[in-house]
Design a protein around this ligand. Structure first.
Ligand code: VG1
Ligand code: CO
Length: 543
């Protein structure tokens, strides 16, 4: 096998964000760009030499070409075995599971998640470690440092494998093993959920729709819902993965997937609808004319987990990202289990999961999962909800409203401000940071500010500290506002403002959606001086 060392110049923008390196596709297709980043990972994780690696992606434009490059780099860097999903496809949770079940030394996930795909869209690469979890901050930082000083990459001259043929092929001295991307994952779901009850539900007249949004979950949903559970064929919408996701924005939330919200508001609406994102790790759950807020979803799943086979023995603990609504905290308190609060990004849950401290965790950005994987998992959440419906005989709305009555409710909404000039978004954070000491005592429209601080997290497992993870402002009436900058965008900057207002149980005078936060968004806008600093009079996105 001929390995060539190719001289390269470093790129200065390869610092991974909230979940991997995400850039415009045209940035990734520049000569040497992908090669450099992959080489920086190989240089930073020497265990990959002689080891086993998993690779696959969400099927977006450039997926196959990037995998061909990875094959050359992996062989050139001495990887012994490279396991790839057939057709280059692996959902993020399935890849995490495969890394774990095959005891691989790591994996490359080719995805920019819900960001649009195509030559004018986005592409991304995420490196996951041997536990199946996202690389910790210390590792992504080391990769960035390596990328900034890179002078060469190592590539083997091997013919590209046939990614559509299941089985082993040689790529020089490396073995490429093409595997069914769905089978192992579906079998894991069968172990966690009551498939008999689910089959009874889905073949018994219960009408449901799962929208794969032309992204990676199509083949998974088809195998699980149609083949294994007997649901009618038309239960799975947009089930064929397309390189540009059919021109859509594969982000499962009521704004980007408003066609599903409309479907669920129609007179002949099915009982249940759900969707997942580009790489299959997010989920949106809808009942008839009712959208489940992600923080509520996490809280309901935690409160009801004992009714589902995989969690019948109880939960060791739960966790939520800091900006996520505090609904699950009340459940943890009732169950007498710990509730951890982590910075945004799934990587911060991974140590807690690995150490057995938590079993369920979630984020406000439509991400929920459990100790069965080290990534969030869209289809898992859908199956969990269906399992609860099957055993309780209740609808989505009934389950959520009963939860509110029992535990109280945290109304939640996120306001996003897309600011083309990144420095103007950063200015909002800077001026708030400068005022942290003087904010307590000032009066908002609902309450007085109790506490204002920049969130810093100390990982209880490895002691690492992550500072500046967002600014949170607490009011004496229970309201909470959080400000942070997005770390997944590929242009400009997005300021995220998270609004959390505790309200009385199931109060029929309040809207069932995020509008129940009332005037908190206006207060947050004023407090952040957002109009003056960014020029935006209102949020560019409300989710
Ligand atoms: C966003 C979400 C965050 C999520 C991340 C990756 O990050 O807010 O909760 O973990 O996306 O999800 P940010 O930095 O833009 O707020 V995914 O499905 O895009 O991998
Ligand atoms: Co995703």
């Amino acid at each position: 096998m001929n390995v060539t060392s190719i001289a390269t110049r470093p790129f200065d923008d390869q610092r991974p964000g909230t979940a991997g390196l995400r850039k415009k596709t045209r940035v990734f297709t520049q000569p040497g760009y992908l090669e450099n980043f992959l080489q920086a990972v190989f240089d930073t994780v020497p265990d990959l030499r002689g080891g086993t690696l998993v690779a696959g992606g969400d099927g977006r434009y450039f997926n196959r070409e990037a995998l061909a490059t990875l094959v050359g780099l992996a062989a050139g860097n001495g990887v012994r075995r490279l396991i790839i999903g057939q057709g280059g496809i692996l959902s993020t949770p399935a890849a995490s599971h495969l890394i774990r079940s095959r005891r691989a030394d790591g994996g490359f996930l080719l995805t920019a998640s819900h960001n649009p795909g195509g030559p004018d869209g986005d592409f991304g690469v995420k490196f996951n470690v041997a536990s199946g979890g996202q690389a910790p901050e210390s590792l992504t930082e080391a990769v960035y440092q390596a990328s900034s000083a890179l002078g060469r990459y190592l590539i083997a001259d091997v013919s590209p494998p046939d990614l559509d043929r299941i089985g082993e092929q040689a790529a020089g001295e490396m073995i490429v093993e093409v595997v069914d991307p769905v089978g192992d994952y579906a079998a894991l779901m069968e172990r966690l959920f009551d498939f008999d009850r689910l089959r009874d539900l889905l073949t018994g007249g219960f009408r449901f729709r799962f929208d794969a949004l032309h992204a990676v979950t199509g083949p998974y949903a088809r195998d699980i819902f149609v083949n294994r559970l007997g649901a009618p064929e038309d239960s799975v919408l947009n089930g064929v993965p397309l390189p540009d996701f059919g021109g859509g924005h594969p982000d499962p939330n009521p704004v980007d997937a408003k066609h599903l919200v409309a479907l669920m508001a129609a007179p002949d609406a099915p009982e249940f609808a759900a969707a997942s994102d580009g790489d299959g790790d997010r989920n949106m759950i809808l009942g008839r004319s009712f959208a489940v807020s992600p923080g509520d979803s996490l809280a309901v799943l935690a409160a009801q987990a004992h009714r589902v086979p995989g969690y019948a023995d109880g939960l060791a603990g739960v966790a939520r990202s800091m900006p996520t609504s505090r609904a699950v905290d009340a459940v943890a308190a009732r169950l007498g289990i710990p509730c951890f609060e982590t910075p945004t990004g799934w990587r911060f849950f991974c140590n807690l999961l690995e150490d057995g401290r938590i079993d369920l965790c979630g984020e406000e950005s439509y991400g929920t999962s459990s100790s069965h994987a080290r990534e969030k998992d869209g289809l898992w959440a859908v199956l969990f909800w269906l399992n609860l419906i099957a055993v309780s005989g209740r609808s989505v709305e009934e389950l959520v409203r009963a939860h509110w009555t029992d535990f109280g409710r945290n109304a939640f909404r996120r306001h996003d401000y897309f600011v083309p000039e990144a420095a103007r978004a950063a200015a909002v954070m800077e001026q708030l940071t400068g005022r942290l000491d003087s904010l307590p005592g000032s009066q908002g429209s609902g309450g007085v500010i109790d506490r204002a601080e920049s969130f810093s997290y100390e990982d209880p497992v490895d002691g690492s500290v992550s500072a500046n993870q967002g600014i949170r402002v607490f009011f004496d009436n229970g309201d909470r506002i959080v400000y942070r900058l997005s770390g997944t965008g590929t242009s400009g900057a997005t300021l995220r403002v998270y609004l959390d207002r505790p309200v009385r149980g199931d109060d029929p005078s309040l809207p069932a959606d995020g509008a129940a936060v009332g005037d908190l968004g206006g207060q947050a806008h004023e407090l952040g001086d957002i109009t003056r600093l960014t020029g935006l009079k209102e949020p560019t996105g409300v989710i």
